[in-house]
Design a protein around this ligand. Sequence first.
Ligand SMILES: O=C(O)c1ccccc1N[C@@H]1O[C@H](COP(=O)(O)O)[C@@H](O)[C@H]1O
Length: 202
Amino acid sequence: MSTDKPFVKVCGLSTAQDVAVAVAHGADAIGFVLTESVREIPVQRAAELVKAVPAGIATVAVFRSEDIGTVLERAGQAGVGWVQLHGQRTAADVAAAHEAGFKVIRAVRRNDPEEQFADWGEELLLIDASVPGSGESWDYAAVKDLAAGRRWLVAGGLSAQNVAEALAASGAFGADVSSGVESARGVKEPKLIASFIEAAKA
Ligand SMILES: O=C(O)c1ccccc1N[C@@H]1O[C@H](COP(=O)(O)O)[C@@H](O)[C@H]1O
């Protein structure tokens, strides 16, 4: 993972065109939602899209509270390199994902108890709004000290308009977006994907 510019993950992609736009504009990670959501896609579709992502760009399967066995099975079928774990998790879940060969983004909510922000061995922590994927923005500076010294991604309510400020205020290693690059809920807009990545890396 390069550290000279912010790491950018674009989440909830469902078409080859959107994947191509994210890749062409320099996304570092692409997320496929394999859990209940307006953005959920079938595992087989994720597997096809993963094949279109060049080596060096992280492919991430996103889950809520599914048990870790289900997570690892679906992620394996999709052929991703990373899993993103939301919901009630344990350090054993992170270890199991590593044992199965996946890198891990562990998601916490900005208002979770402080112990949730501890280092459980995940490659990246993700600090999100209270409802993941809702487009709800929050006070990104408020968690600066909680995650200091960690590699973490800020998420929730980001767009091309506020991502640079959110990165500066929070001290995050990178940013993750879904709603802010959509023309309607669950419908990605290529121009917004391009402008988000450019704004984040400017
Ligand atoms: O985007 C979803 O539908 C989703 C569903 C379940 C878990 C996580 C989900 N997305 C994550 O939410 C943020 C993006 O939030 P926003 O829409 O930009 O406000 C990001 O971490 C996604 O990976």
